[in-house]
Design a protein around this ligand. Structure first.
Ligand SMILES: Cc1ncc(COP(=O)(O)O)c(C=O)c1O
Length: 398
């Protein structure tokens, strides 16, 4: 038969982060010694009390559809968390939906908010799934560069240039994947002012919110004056509670808008897994010392990793402020980020993600995840050092 496929899917690239992870897994299965620093998956197990809650739910027979928005205990726990930790109030019955992962929440939000031809402002480098989710809704991404030293004034000027009558949505991700940048109040206010002046929705992706270092503070843009009405706040337990495989995320916003997202959610997934929702209640209501332990370990690993990377000739790495990625500058090696990634995997069996995958502003960098053991990070940086030193000694032969 003729292979006919929708243009919007045909033109869509697969996820570059998932493809590096898959390639590393294939090489490892074929017997290669692989140090995989590419994925954004905590190496810590899920806390025992969380797993036990899921097992108890399974034994109890809690294995059927739940209310589409989520079970009341979980919606209440999320509502309380958002009020206490983020200073933003949502009615658990009307203003929150639990979904199988934050990524699904992004997809649903894009379907609900965007028309073909609309534009979505993204701050690059940014996570690889924003633009494809916008494109699947027929919209297109417009990029604004964002670095640690981008001032609120720079942002205002850049946003003024990027905004058009077709701009429908601005996505803010703090702490940022891949740079770890934690947005300041001034930077968020610049976005809020643009959204208010031009009547635009904002999606705040706060999935790395708990992973912040050096005493920095996370600020939810929905809490800024006038912003609650126009903001969707996305979060989940994947990173904060080492629960990536459980698939549990949520999105909160004004009732009318959440009602529109709910239609997409009901027709695509019905509800998040029942027993996973019970585990999520345990994660949110139980002791938080497990998350605090992970953050301390990530911070120690970050410090060791950044120090090790900065000893490699031609490599420069700032200490990330949050999340669990280092984003070193590797352009001095004379390769594009994709070439660097491919040759590093080939020569030394180290999997990283090319910075170019996160937008043009990410070129010249690679992303390394320090959600990996100290031993893996030590071995990974030793191999990267060897790779770069050999590359500089004989660039043509590599
Ligand atoms: C910036 C960002 N947002 C959202 C997600 C989605 O996470 P999940 O779908 O596991 O909740 C990720 C996962 O890597 C991410 O990096």
């Amino acid at each position: 038969m003729t292979f006919k496929i929708a243009d919007r899917v045909k033109n869509l690239a697969g996820s570059p982060t998932v493809s590096v992870m898959d390639r590393a897994r294939r090489l490892a299965a074929a017997g290669r010694s692989i140090v995989d620093l590419s994925g954004g998956d905590p190496d810590f197990p899920t806390a025992p009390h969380v797993t036990e809650a899921a097992v108890a739910a399974l034994h109890e027979g809690f294995t059927h559809y739940t209310p589409s928005r989520g079970i009341p205990e979980l919606l209440q726990a999320i509502s309380r968390k958002l009020a206490v930790e983020n200073g933003i109030r949502y009615d658990p019955g009307k203003e929150i939906i639990v979904m199988p992962g934050g990524k699904q929440a992004l997809f649903v939000a894009a379907q609900a908010l965007l028309n073909p031809g609309d534009e979505v402002i993204l701050f690059e480098p940014c996570w690889v799934s924003y633009a494809p989710c916008a494109e699947l809704a027929g919209a297109r991404a417009v990029y604004v560069p964002m670095h640690v030293d981008t001032t609120a004034e720079d942002l205002r000027a850049d946003l003024a240039r990027a905004l058009t009558p077709r701009t429908r949505l601005i996505i803010v991700n703090t702490p940022n994947n891949p740079t770890g940048q934690v947005w300041t109040a001034g930077q968020l206010q610049a976005v809020a002012d643009a959204a208010l002046a031009h009547d635009i929705w904002v999606l705040a992706d706060e999935i790395y919110e708990r992973l912040i270092y050096d005493g920095r503070q996370h600020i939810s843009i929905a809490g800024l004056p006038g912003m609650w009405e126009r903001t969707l706040t996305l979060n989940g337990l994947s990173k904060s509670h080492a629960m990536t495989g459980w698939r549990l995320g949520y999105i909160a916003g004004p009732a009318q808008l959440i009602g529109e997202l709910l239609k997409v959610h009901q027709h695509s997934t019905t509800c998040a897994s029942s027993f996973v929702q019970r585990a999520a209640v345990a994660a949110l209501k139980g002791p938080q010392d497990y998350t605090e332990m992970m953050v301390r370990r990530y911070q120690a690993r970050r410090d060791a990793l950044v120090a090790a990377l900065n000893t490699i000739p031609g490599v420069r790495c700032d200490a990330p402020q949050g999340a669990f990625y280092a984003f070193p500058h590797i352009a001095a090696a004379g390769l594009s980020s994709m070439q660097f990634t491919e040759r590093l995997l080939e020569a030394e069996g180290v999997a990283v993600t090319p910075g170019g995958a996160f937008g043009a502003a990410g070129e010249g960098h690679v992303r390394l995840s320090y959600a990996n053991s100290d031993e893996m990070l030590r071995e990974g940086t030793a191999r990267i050092q060897r790779f770069v030193v050999e590359l500089r000694a004989a660039p043509a032969s590599m």
